[in-house]
Ligand binder design. Structure first.
Ligand code: AHR
Length: 592
């Protein structure tokens, strides 16, 4: 379980990130009111006004809509609205896009033409017409099929009508093909990057995003399930509103698609602006929400919330072993966490005795199974702290390092950060009798100007492509070369900024030696395997290195620093190898 992922809506992680929706601000509602991403389209002599209508919407959750009043238009000169997506809409050749919208009109069956147009060339990549609108709110679906045009991101989705009429819209959506073909699922490229990390779990849904700035704006999971039209959307603490397309079920399906476990963080009655519910009766509704949430995740389809999940399209329960109560509750200056945690602990353990409960700050009144500790460090600190847990007492709770990162590089970490991460991870591995899970944070950023609130982030992307930072590759290398037990390893000699951890997979007869050379010089090391039987004469060596600590990857140069595989000769249980400057290395040895 050691290596996993931590996620929340930050830096456009979902909207404009892994959640594959192409349309920005698809929900017209409170907080999306300015229609800044929905400019008017008026061809020829047509005329149109676009406004938010506060009086009509498709549901109680979305009581507003975008009113498109066309006063002059023809087939040749239609009018309507357009959307430029999240810093562009990626259009690929010979691809089927699935779309939908809610609409009503005051003018009989007015046809709505939907198209994808390239901003520079004016070429329409795909086009279709939707009919059947009436005076009642209704959902319509459509498909856009592209031809042979080249890949591009400077595109708009355009909706027009060919005659004077008023049409009210909401939830205008367009999806490209998704990972594993999941309806309304995740971006293929980003999911592939995650799969290559061999993660074991996904800590969700935050982070600060779980807590919200205020109790009213917390991640209120019950408002993130079911049809979109029943999801009111909500403001996130990171400065933009969330569509809640990535709702609780979508998080769980994300885990399912990667074949990993959710580590479910439940809202614990505290929000970032120091609002909290006191332990006792005031906290009870939040405890009940958490119990309901656990039932939604794990209950069979004949339980109340399991039935709700089945209605949402997923009859089978999800696996769940770890539940985290809150996030970074050391920030709660009222001192209420001890009592809040205890109340959640007793209620959850009573009903689900096998669940392991994670506390986010030290508590005294009960002993949590696991304590979540967070570290955001400079490279210097990460190097120094590679021994942080070596002398940590083994008598208390297990440790989940639920957020950590070396913060150097922008928007994504550079090689120095990756080397420091690797040094830190050798410490996590060497102490993995105590540290049962660890996840880097934040995981994602959209690299476009204005999209990011926190740097650096492990994976960067724009509308079209994504890349892993050097720190991402460190994660890939560490997680995909991990034994099942720790082997004591000792560094002797002048080992300045050299770090190691050694693990063994006894069943597969493999030894994994991780070596970080964070110095500017090549380092010749003699490796002595005491107690080893026969060692295979060749070993696999994977190396991540660069010319300077500032070397890095970017959206325009995504593969400058990537692992390189080699084979080296192993003379026996004592052999010598030279490791490159600024490098992290994994040696995989086979033994009898
Ligand atoms: O990872 C960014 C933020 O850092 C998280 O939301 C929060 O838990 C921590 O303070």
């Amino acid at each position: 379980m050691l290596y996993g992922l931590m996620t929340e809506e930050i830096n456009h992680s979902y909207d404009g990130g892994i959640y594959a929706e192409l349309v920005r601000d698809r929900a017209i509602g409170r907080g999306f009111g300015s229609l800044v991403h929905w400019p008017m389209v008026a061809r020829g002599n047509s005329a149109v006004e676009v406004s938010v209508d506060e009086t009509t919407g498709p549901s109680a959750a979305l009581p507003r809509s975008m009113k498109v009043s066309v006063t002059a238009a023809t087939e040749a000169a239609p009018a309507g609205v357009e959307n430029g997506g999240y810093w562009g809409i990626a259009v690929r050749p010979r691809t089927t896009y699935s779309g939908s919208f809610w609409a009503k009109t005051d003018a009989g069956d007015v046809p709505v033409t939907v198209s994808l147009q390239n901003d520079a060339t004016g070429i329409i990549a795909a086009k279709t017409t939707v009919t059947g609108l009436s005076g009642e709110w209704k959902e319509f679906t459509y498909t856009l099929q592209t031809g042979a045009q080249p890949v591009s991101t400077n595109n708009h989705l355009i909706l027009t009508i060919p005659r004077p009429a008023t049409v009210w819209f909401n939830l205008i959506s367009l999806f490209p093909p998704t990972y594993d073909g999941r309806e309304h699922g995740n971006r293929v490229d980003i999911m592939e990057l995650l799969a290559a990390m061999h993660p074991k779990f996904l800590r969700l849904p935050g982070g600060n995003y779980l807590e919200g700035d205020h109790i009213a704006t917390r991640f209120n999971w019950k408002k993130t399930i079911g049809p979109w039209v029943d999801r009111p959307t909500h403001p996130s603490p990171w400065g933009y509103r969330s569509s809640d397309g990535m709702g609780l079920l979508e998080y769980l399906e994300w885990c399912e698609d990667l074949k990993i476990e959710p580590v479910l963080a439940v809202y614990a009655g505290y929000s970032l602006m120091q609002e909290h519910a006191d332990p006792g009766a005031a906290l009870e509704p939040y405890v009940q929400d958490a119990l309901d949430e656990i039932e939604y995740v794990t209950g069979s389809a004949d339980t109340t919330w399991g039935a709700e999940r089945a209605k949402d399209g997923h009859p089978a329960p999800f696996p769940l072993r770890y539940v985290e109560v809150g996030n970074e509750d050391w920030f709660d200056r009222s001192g209420s966490y001890d009592g809040r945690f205890a109340q959640f602990y007793h209620a959850i353990k009573d009903r689900y005795p096998s669940l392991q409960l994670i506390a986010t700050a030290p508590v005294k009144s009960v002993t949590p199974d696991v304590l979540d500790e967070h570290f955001y460090m400079s490279a210097e600190e990460s190097f120094k702290r590679s021994n942080y847990y070596d002398d940590h007492p083994r008598t208390g709770p297990k440790i989940f390092v639920g957020e950590w990162a070396t913060r150097e590089g922008d928007p994504t970490p550079n090689l120095q950060a990756a080397l420091a991460d690797a040094a830190w991870m050798t410490g996590l591995e060497r102490n993995s009798d105590l540290i049962i899970m660890a996840s880097y944070a934040p995981l994602f950023t959209n690299v476009n100007p204005g999209a990011m609130q926190w740097a650096p982030d492990l994976i960067g992307y724009d509308a079209l492509s994504s890349y892993g930072s050097p720190s991402y590759w460190a994660q890939v290398m560490f997680a995909s070369n991990l034994g099942t037990e720790i082997i004591p390893a000792k560094l002797t000699g002048t080992a300045t900024r050299i770090y190691t951890s050694v693990t063994r997979d006894e069943a597969r007869h493999r030894l994994y030696i991780k070596l970080v050379n964070a110095t500017s010089d090549p380092r010749q090391l003699t490796i002595i395997l005491t107690g080893a039987g026969k060692v295979a004469p060749q070993a696999k060596l994977t190396t991540l290195s660069g010319k300077t600590p500032n070397a890095t990857n970017s959206i325009t140069n995504p593969r400058s620093i990537i692992p390189v595989k080699d084979t080296i000769a192993v003379a026996g249980p004592r052999f010598t190898e030279t490791f490159r400057p600024y490098s992290m290395n994994v040696l995989e040895l086979s033994y009898e």
